[in-house]
Every structure is written in C-alpha cells, then in structure tokens.
Design a protein around this ligand. Structure first.
Ligand code: FE
Length: 203
C-alpha cells in the first residue's frame, strides 16, 4: 500500500511538473549574505547570479505533507537547526504565498515512509519569507547531507531541488552536489542557523 502511495505521489508530482507552462529556474543566493539570518531589504538577485539546476526529488517524496513550520517532535533526535530565507522572483519582488515543502532523513539517515516525520509544508509570508525548524539530517549511503524541498509560486510550476551543508566531506563525492545550493550556516548561536534564498525566474 505504501509503495503504491509513493509511486502514485511521484507520478502526480511528475505530471504537475511536466504541465508547468514555464521553465522555472533557481538562483542560489545563500552565499551572498555576509550575516546568516540577516534579512536584506534589497536582495542582490540580479542576473549576475548563475541559475542553479533543478534537482531530483529522489525516491522518498510523499505528497500531502502536513502544514507546519516546525518538524521538531519530542522523540526526534538530532542537532536542531533553523532554516530561514525568502522566495523571490527575479527583479527582486517577493513571491508572497509561495508553498515550500520540505522533507529529509532523520539523524540516522532514514526517511519516514509510513508517516510524515520530518516532512512539512508551509506558505511564505507576504514578503516571501519562510522559517523552518528541524534537525540536521543524517547521512545515508551514496549521498552527502541534504534537505529536499519543492518551491511553488501560487498556482505556478513546481521547482524541486535540494539544499546542501557547507564543509561536508561527502560533498565532493556526491555527483548531485551543487555548491550553488549550499546553505549559509551560522554555528554561533544556541541552535544552528541556516539561510537560503530561492529566486524563481520565469523564462
Ligand atoms: Fe535524500
């Protein structure tokens, strides 16, 4: 039953992506901020930024994740991290109400395929801002550390990609790794603070 659900979900997802009327590109601006967590009133989303590739959803996407900004639960172990950022169109206008759907492995590198642990979606605010509370995902064979995400403008096409952690030894050995998808991470606070801005471009 679960296998069929996953398969159906992926078919639905692929169908939705294929139906996108425009090509959606992602510009990674995470490294452009000097202070992780700081919000720039005038984001530097110019055409000078190199567009990043859409990345595979992998085999563990499940549709219909719960709406929640915190994936933390009392019995979930791991290093807590808060990921913040904004969703922009090119020309720097905010994508108000963008839907961000996150999912990732637990501290032991395992995905929950029976439920929705470490899965959740949220809507960006009127300034395109989002905030996710979760844990640092564990490693699993063949992959470096990563967080899966889809970003969808209201009634728009879906961008599927993955976010990566800097200073990971496995980054260099993962063929999917793309440094344009690196989060900026501040380890100085009580909890790790990560930052990544998504720029969606209509082509
Ligand atoms: Fe994965």
């Amino acid at each position: 039953m679960r296998t069929r659900d996953v398969s159906q979900g992926r078919r639905d997802f692929v169908r939705m992506s294929a139906a996108a009327p425009v090509t959606l590109l992602l510009l990674a601006l995470g490294e452009a901020y000097e202070q992780p967590g700081a919000v720039s009133a005038t984001p530097a989303c110019t055409d000078e930024h190199e567009p990043a590739r859409q990345q595979t959803a992998g085999p563990f996407f499940l549709p219909h994740s719960p709406q929640r900004a915190s994936l933390l639960e009392p019995d979930i172990n791991g290093t807590e991290i808060v990921l913040t950022g904004r969703v922009y169109w090119t020309r720097c206008s905010a994508v108000s109400g963008a839907l961000l759907d996150f999912w990732h492995a637990n501290d032991a590198g395992e995905y929950d395929l029976e439920g929705f642990r470490l899965r959740g979606h949220q809507l960006a605010n009127c300034e395109g801002g989002y905030r996710l509370e979760t844990i640092v995902p564990g490693l699993y064979p063949g992959r470096t550390r990563h967080i899966h995400v889809t970003v969808q403008s209201p009634n728009g096409p879906i961008l599927t990609t993955q976010l990566y952690f800097p200073a990971e030894q496995r980054n260099a050995r993962d063929s999917l790794f793309d440094r344009r998808l690196l989060m900026t991470i501040d380890n100085g606070g009580k909890r790790k603070a990560a930052r990544f801005d998504f720029v969606l471009a209509l082509m």
